[in-house]
Write a protein that binds this ligand. Sequence first.
Ligand code: PMP
Length: 362
Amino acid sequence: MNDRVYSFSAGPAVLPEPVLEQAREEMLSFRGTGTSVMEISHRSDEFQGVLDEAEVGIRGLLNVPDHYSILFLQGGASLQFSMVPINFLPHDRSADYVVTGTWSKKAVAEAQKCGVINVICSTEASGFTIVPSQRELDPSANAVYLHYASNETIHGVEFNYDLDGHGIPVVCDASSDILSRPIDIDRYAMIYAGAQKNIGPSGVTLVIIRNDLLDLVPQGLPSTLDYRKIAENRSMYNTPNTWGIYIVSLVCKWLTEQGGVAAISRRNSDKASTLYDAIDSSDGFYTGHAARSARSRMNVTFRLPSPELDATFCEEARVAGFVGLKGHRSLGGIRASIYNAFPVEGTVALASFMQEFAGRHG
Ligand code: PMP
């Protein structure tokens, strides 16, 4: 028995219970070392083994070919908003950005501090309720890269296809949907993701980068911002987040045991359908934020007839054992984040709570 609740937190988010249990078991003595994993050198054989497991785990789960490097960085996905242009946007060139929500908009704001940015598509006028189709995107012929966010965590809109850059290297912020479905890595020059939703705890950022890009990194960058230097040092130019990488290795093992990304993707679709069905069958009591074609399978955003009812819903849900449902402060409403580790039963339970709540307040 335990007193864990259903946490719909957007990130840091729920972790698989077997991962937490294994971490607890190994806390005082990590695999016979007599110390915790946090207390050993990152250069030790034991930690090297952990790093290998995390890297091999990600490579296997996403079928990452050998000509891509897998890096574990710090500074969150937000640091990537700056590192991408610092490494890849020369002063005499420009980069293309697609804006579909708060995070891709922030990526633009940071990149503009480094160079010339073309926003080739923004869905802001829609209130960030839609994503463009591939046909609607026309990358600039001379862009050095094209950046987009595959899932917008606050608005709950998601691309359901791997964007094609038509020859322009594609850089993707996949912080909130990485590992949630199979992707075609070859379509991407680089993918990055803060770990705290689908991969592990906060404080680790996963970067998957095609090796030929590393040759484009200019000389003389500060070392901790230099992808080439970090790759040459296998994420250990300086001390990495050893604890975080350890949890990533356990999450990869768990995900592999679940049947991998294809199996978890089916489960994620079922979980999302359960909640969207609850919204759609409520006779308008619940209104989804995203247009149907752009609905995120990770962050289900909706509202009730009034902000007061949103608040009552969150409070009653909390009492019933559902936490973390309050929408982001910039958008209001409700947000149910249902990443890989969120259990199917939790979505079923929330859907019946929603039905019952609508019956009482509708
Ligand atoms: N991109 C996306 C899609 C996010 O959801 C977030 C955080 N929620 C970020 C970037 C920023 O991540 P971090 O807090 O790790 O810097």
